[in-house]
Design a protein around this ligand. Structure first.
Ligand code: NDP
Length: 230
């Protein structure tokens, strides 16, 4: 059975990705900050023996390293860095919260980079490993016609840059990387007026990952496999 690791698996798009991979009989390491509070994920894991739940705060480098060590002999076919935060809303240039900005960068950029570093051996061990990062099209410079959104936009633009560098560094190891825009999704982050539900997004994201070619590695795609500009 192929192996996937998903961060932020307790709710939203992460939970929907667990459901999607579970239906297709993958072996799943589903990580979340507080497993004891992750009721929906716990129920799923009780019904499906192919789901292992692991505690992981992605902002804690030691926890990431310990998890990688715990699974040190495992080949991981797909690692989905899904967990992320939006940070403050409704601010202007005049009242930017720089401490909050730093925190968003820590979670949305540095943590995925730490995951990539720690789980490189596991991805290299797979026949054709994939590191997929949940980005956002608001991180695209081309899409940025309205201004504002300094914090979240810059974090996802920086994440895209990390994914691009990983693609070049890992090509010789046969590992592909991709930045994924999940659509505007009805989750806590996307809100109730978003356009699609998390299962539609997860279905599309899995298809993009499944069909990813080495020639597309380092690219930026949405859940419909449409290429997005930087
Ligand atoms: P949600 O806010 O619904 O869920 C976020 C997930 O990230 C939760 O599982 C949360 O866990 C987890 N998380 C946050 N911080 C940490 C941390 N330090 N350690 C571990 N887990 C953490 O967001 P979505 O499901 O909507 O978003 C998933 C990804 O998709 C994000 O990266 C987001 O930026 C991206 N995205 C979403 C869009 C949308 O429309 N929804 C659009 C574009 C991109 P906890 O419950 O513990 O807080």
């Amino acid at each position: 059975m192929p192996q996937v690791l998903i961060t932020g698996a307790n709710r939203g798009i992460g939970l929907a990705l667990v459901q999607e991979y579970c239906q297709q009989q993958w072996q799943i390491i589903a990580t979340c900050r507080h497993p004891e509070q992750a009721q929906a994920l716990q129920q799923l894991a009780q019904a499906h023996s192919n789901i292992s739940i692991e505690a992981l705060n992605i902002g804690d480098n030691e926890q990431i390293a310990a998890l990688a060590e715990h699974y040190r002999d495992l080949a991981i076919d797909v690692l989905i860095s899904n967990a992320g935060i939006y940070g403050p809303k409704g601010y202007s240039l005049a009242n930017l919260d720089f401490a909050a900005w730093q925190q968003v960068m820590d979670i949305n950029v540095l943590a995925p980079a730490k995951l990539a570093q720690a789980f490189f051996p596991h991805l290299a061990r797979a026949d054709s490993g994939v590191f997929a990062a949940l980005s956002s099209k608001v991180g695209s410079h081309t899409e940025n016609t309205k201004g504002g959104g300094y914090i979240y936009r810059s974090s996802k633009a920086a994440l895209n840059s990390v994914v691009k560098s990983l693609s070049n560094d890992w090509r010789e190891h046969g590992i592909k990387t991709v930045s994924l825009h999940p659509g505007w999704v009805r989750t806590q982050m996307g809100g109730p007026h978003a356009l699609i539900d998390a299962s539609e997004s997860a279905r599309g994201l899995k298809q993009v990952i499944d069909s990813l070619q080495m020639s597309q590695s380092g690219g930026f795609y949405n859940y419909r496999a449409e290429h997005l500009p930087w």
